[in-house]
Write a protein that binds this ligand. Structure first.
Ligand code: ATP
Ligand code: ATP
Ligand code: MG
Ligand code: MG
Ligand code: MG
Ligand code: MG
Ligand code: MG
Length: 304
């Protein structure tokens, strides 16, 4: 009660509970990634390592491990152990393994959208709680997984992601939102593919932007085909092989990454040296069209 005289300041906190019954989308976007890419030597137009790292920060690794450590070293100054010896240290993995209410996610370039179930009651649907937790979980995971995806490239800046919350009142508007992001992926990639092809062929960045300014996709497709021998429209089909998926390949670049929870079989070792199979729902990355109906007909549970 000692603080009661000051408690009135709580009234200044805004009530930011989100409307019930709407889909909640939290979209993150990397802050200043144009510079961040330069600083870390990202390949242009698309660095596959960076795409895989984004996917991992969204979903975490397939093996979802709990780290079991042996006796930890005591602190050098106070000699206290950071935690009891041999105790399992469960580390939250990344956004979709931490927040079970996220139904699906869509990622491209330096952005990721997370769709929470429309009836989610997580943190009382408070917008600031949701967006800040998702953004900090994603940023922290991005840092944790950096070295695995960029071995030999030290992280030279603090990766930051801004976040916003948008509500969609119906399945229709949610699908249109996701279609908008995937269409944006196609448009940006066609532009970037042309831009970097021109730059790599000797044009300055200014000249390349100038040549592409205001042009339509037909022009860009023709440019890629006639000048660089690249048939952009057939790339997705050409690369649509199971072996090349799930790894930030060209399909990933063209379609973006869709993360949904799927049943995955795990083989576990038993105490008597045998093995046991166990099925678990795990976030999995797909690279496919989500604009047309086929994907949604295949996964009716997503919008239920
Ligand atoms: P802002 O802070 O306003 O978002 P930004 O520089 O991050 O500024 P964006 O519009 O978000 O601007 O663009 C992201 C930039 O990062 C683009 O130039 C994009 O090409 C680049 N980028 C993101 N991911 C990759 C990747 N995997 N490989 C190469 N470039 C990438
Ligand atoms: P929530 O997610 O709702 O915030 P919480 O467990 O983080 O849950 P808080 O009310 O934020 O709850 O309390 C933070 C807890 O962490 C307290 O129990 C506090 O004593 C402990 N804590 C924070 N910093 C330290 C510290 N430096 N040393 C010891 N304990 C700490
Ligand atoms: Mg931005
Ligand atoms: Mg950005
Ligand atoms: Mg962006
Ligand atoms: Mg606290
Ligand atoms: Mg706390």
């Amino acid at each position: 009660m000692a603080c009661s005289k000051y408690e009135y300041v709580k009234q200044y906190e805004a009530d930011d509970r989100l409307l019930p019954g709407c889909w909640i989308v939290v979209r993150l976007d990397g802050k200043g990634f144009t510079k961040f890419c330069d600083l870390h030597g990202f390949e242009k137009p698309n660095d596959e390592r960076a795409l895989r790292l984004m996917d991992e920060a969204a979903k975490a690794r397939a093996s979802g491990r709990s780290l079991r450590r042996g006796a930890p070293r005591p602190c050098r100054c106070c000699r206290r152990s950071p935690h009891a010896p041999g105790r399992a240290l469960l580390l939250p993995q990344a956004v979709m393994s931490e927040f079970q209410d996220v139904r699906l996610a869509f990622g491209e370039s330096d952005e990721y959208s997370f769709v929470f179930a429309r009836n989610s009651q997580l943190h009382g649907r408070r917008a600031s709680k949701l967006v800040s937790l998702v953004a900090s979980c994603f940023s922290a995971s991005y840092v944790r997984f950096w070295a695995q995806h960029f071995p030999g490239t030290p992280l030279a800046a603090t990766p930051m992601f801004d976040g916003r919350v948008v509500l969609y009142p119906s399945n229709h508007t949610l699908r249109d939102y996701l279609s908008w992001r995937q269409a944006d992926t196609h448009v940006n990639n066609l532009y970037n593919t042309c831009f970097w092809a021109l730059v790599k062929s000797g044009k300055s960045t200014g000249e390349a932007h100038e040549q592409l300014r205001g042009t339509l996709s037909d022009y860009k497709n023709e440019l890629l085909f006639s000048q660089f021998g690249l048939n952009y429209n057939t790339l997705p089909e050409r690369f649509r092989k199971p072996a090349s998926c799930g790894c930030g390949c060209l399909v990933a670049v063209l379609q973006g990454s869709i993360v949904i929870r799927q049943r995955v079989m795990h083989v576990k070792q038993t105490a008597d040296g045998g093995t046991k199979e166990k099925e678990r729902l795990e976030p999995c990355v797909l690279h496919c069209d989500i604009i047309r109906d086929a994907f949604w007909a295949q996964h009716p549970e997503l919008l239920a």
